[in-house]
Design a protein around this ligand. Structure first.
Ligand code: MG
Length: 262
């Protein structure tokens, strides 16, 4: 069942979206060669709690972290670890969510660790563009397939893979609401988008195959071929004036994030 939000709900949601974005921005400042993913996780948890939020992912389905930290071939749901250190040339996808006043924020970004190859930077740039293309389709009267088609067609035009098993979703008082928001689809198909829907759009795009599997820890999703994946996510409201990005702060959703000016 899709929960339609009132204008007041959407205003209230912004505190959760904004804190989730600030947490993601903080995570990005901590990314450097030699840092452990658990160090990032601990700092982000402190930050969220200090600002009156609750880490939304911690304990969700038993997930142990505040952030999902997914390096290189990890697509999503990487578990922060004291023994996973970032190395020059890596990429790291970090997903942060904070609950504020009962609303759940959700956003993600792929950061560069030191000097990243132009090939992998290209993957990240196109994935950011996929997110923007998906958001642009999130207008009343369009359908979910319009979002998915925009993401998929752009990624595949560059020869990249589009992950099928994990998708965007409705968000509200719980993290995963209806509808699912796939990163693939056909124009004009699927659920019609209505004013008052809040959805997380989150392309997961791979350099090689999109085939993937879950590691034995039960969480971390990795590409079968071991090639890198990128993941960018914003939560948006569908309004009569078009999509409004709710995971934004005073600097907006992109500015001052790596690659955000592109
Ligand atoms: Mg999400």
């Amino acid at each position: 069942m899709i929960h339609i939000k009132s204008p007041q709900d959407i205003e209230e949601y912004k505190a959760a979206g904004s804190l989730s974005k600030a947490a993601l921005r903080l995570a990005g400042t901590l990314v450097r060669p030699g840092v452990s993913t658990l160090e990032i996780d601990r700092r982000v948890e402190q930050f969220i709690r200090l600002h009156g939020g609750i880490p939304a992912f911690k304990g969700y389905g038993g997930f142990p972290g505040t952030v999902c930290a997914s390096p290189n071939e990890a697509i999503v749901h990487g578990i922060p670890s004291a023994t996973t250190f970032l190395n020059d040339g890596d990429i790291i996808s970090i997903d942060t969510g904070a609950t504020v006043n009962g609303w759940v924020g959700d956003n993600a970004w792929t950061f560069y660790v030191g000097n990243v190859s132009t090939e992998v930077q290209g993957l990240c740039e196109v994935t950011r563009d996929c997110l923007k293309a998906g958001i642009a389709q999130a207008v009343p009267g369009n359908r979910l397939g319009d979002i998915g088609h925009a993401v998929q067609s752009l990624a595949e035009r560059h020869g990249y893979g589009v992950v099928r098993e994990y998708v965007g979703h409705g968000v509200g008082h719980v993290m995963h609401e209806d509808p699912n928001v796939p990163n693939y689809g056909k124009k004009g198909r699927g659920v019609k988008l209505q004013v008052g829907m809040i959805i997380a759009i989150e392309p997961m795009i791979t350099l090689g195959t999109y085939a993937n599997h879950v590691l034995s820890n039960g969480w971390t999703v990795v590409t079968d071929d071991g090639l890198p994946a990128a993941h960018y996510e914003n939560t948006i409201a569908i309004t009569a004036d078009g999509p409004v990005i709710l995971t934004a702060d005073e600097d907006g959703p992109w500015c001052a994030m790596q690659g955000g000016t592109k």
